[in-house]
Design a protein around this ligand. Sequence first.
Ligand code: NAD
Length: 251
Amino acid sequence: MELLKGKTAMVTGGTRGIGYAIVKLYLDNGASVALCGSRQETVDKALQNIKAENPEYASRVIGLCPNLQNPQEVEKAVATVKESFGRLDIMVNNAGVSARGSLYEYKPEEFAGTMALNVNAVFNCAQAAAKVMKEQGGGVILNTSSMVSIYGQPSGVAYPASKFAVNGLTKSLARELGRDNIRVNAVAPGVIRTDMVASLPDEVIKPLIATIPLGRVGEPEDVANAFLYLASDMASYVTGEILSVDGAART
Ligand code: NAD
């Protein structure tokens, strides 16, 4: 079943990991997708891989690399999506960075840098997307939060703080934009097998898995499935939710 047939999506952080899985699943479900990344080379590589695997998707996928921290660049990217595909139905704010480190050694610029991408960029993209969505009669904004937005994290405080803010944006924008027929939700992944997790040594990963009730780390596709549901009309009365996809992990 093509749950997103005829819809158009923009996915930030779409070159690898969770974002790449979302891009592929949205394409599989009939959407046209603008895949965004931080560098032209990684965007081109992701596009190349998609087109090599599914040549029939070539007319439904484009790549962009706006500086998400710059509101004008974000507006321009959203305008490009509209020009290319005629509309923007789904904005996925997935790009994010995390950092570990003790409060005692934390540099203010590290804190600000994490906030700039994980929070300010989400605001910029939500604002630019909502303007277009309001005009066209509705849309869906989805944010990538994290398990740490619920439990906190014992180091690298900017990351959990930024994801608590993502939840705040999600819940508040859902209330503000409901009247414009724009739904706003977030997905809070647990430990997901992206590059970072895949490179962890066995002695780190095994004890970690032992704490997860479902007995495994999550796959990017597990998270993408939640993004598919929330983007689709199956979730037509769901807004302001933070959907955990974490195997009940409480790490
Ligand atoms: P990843 O590191 O594999 O990919 C990050 C993506 O963000 C890339 O596509 C990259 O191009 C983009 N990006 C990074 N810096 C950027 C910048 N300055 N400007 C624009 N784009 C930039 O990440 P991932 O693990 O797939 O994480 C994706 C999202 O999921 C993030 O928001 C992350 O916080 C969240 N998350 C991940 C996990 C996990 O276990 N992997 C768990 C919870 C939440």
